[in-house]
Structures are given as structure tokens and as C-alpha cells.
Design a protein around this ligand. Sequence first.
Ligand code: PRP
Length: 178
Amino acid sequence: MRILISQEQLERRVSELAREIDRDYLSGRRPDDPLICVGVLKGSVFFVSDLLKEVKTPLAVDFFQTSSYGIRGAHRGELRIKKDIDLSVSGRDVLILEDIVDTGYTLRTVLDLFRFRGARSVKLCALLDKAAAREVEVPIDYCGFPIENAFVVGYGLDFDERYRNLPYIGIYEGEAEP
Ligand code: PRP
């Protein structure tokens, strides 16, 4: 395991992202018109939790989960909703929170879905942008770190459900325990 982004770097950038979000959403926002923040499970949970503690904009939090049909990559773009959000997004500003944009299929579909549901605006905040792996275009409004095309784990990201709780982002280089 090679550390790609340290805990300190994560903390610093997450704070900056919170300030960027407040800069765009806080001014004049009424408490009865909260920013609807939607974390995409499971990878985003650590990011969502750290980020939103620092955001001052009135907000509501919800979670959404998808899964690909069949073998990953075999039916690209076809996503199943495993868990839908509880909140209505009609007429609301929605901010999707994601750990990583890889091929882009997941986020493209999620962004389209919330627009279709009548959100006033839909933006994306992604901690990691693996641009070299992109197959469909996805606009990232708030990006934590551009990263190389490597298999990364930690801070929510897993290898076969392991390593999500690492406090840093590491490059997974093999089967041996780190
Ligand atoms: C990861 C990540 C994104 C998606 C990005 O989730 O959290 O949701 O893949 O990939 P894409 O850009 O190629 O569509 P994953 O399906 O691994 O589930 P998890 O968050 O539960 O680990």
C-alpha cells in the first residue's frame, strides 16, 4: 500500500471544499430551503460526514445507493437503484457527494435522475477524479483531488469491502496485507 493522499491533506482539502460550497450556496439561503446533500453509498460516507460538519449552509442530508447490472462493465450505464433518497428534490438545490468518479457512468446517471425529478439545480462534489478512466463526460463542480489511473482504497473506498476505514487514500498494489 502506497499512501497517495495523507490524512492531513484530506483534512485540509475537505475544509477548503466546505468553504467553496458555502461561498456558492450560503448567501441569502433560508432555513426552509435547505441544500439537499445526497451521498452515494457506500464509498462517500466518510467524506460526507467530514465535509458536512464544516459546511455552514442550511442543509439536509440523504443517501442514495446504486448497483451495476450484471458483471461490472458488461452493461455499462444500466444502474439499479438499491436505496433511494427519502427527501423530495423538486424545486431544490441538490449537491451529489461522491468519493470517486471513475468511468463516469454512475454519476452521469445519478445527475440525470435528479434533474429529471425536477431539482432547481444539481451539482456534483467528488473527492477524487480519476479522469484517465473516464468513458462518459461528467462535470465535477467541486473536486477534491485529481488522481492517476490506479486502484485506490481508504477513506471510504474499498477492495472487496476492506480498507474503507483507512484514514488516508492509498494505492492498492497487491494481495498482501498492508
Ligand atoms: C464506486 C464509487 C462511485 C462509482 C464510480 O462505487 O463510489 O459510486 O464506483 O464509478 P464509475 O465512475 O465507474 O461509475 P462502487 O460501485 O464501488 O460502490 P461502493 O461505493 O459501495 O464501494
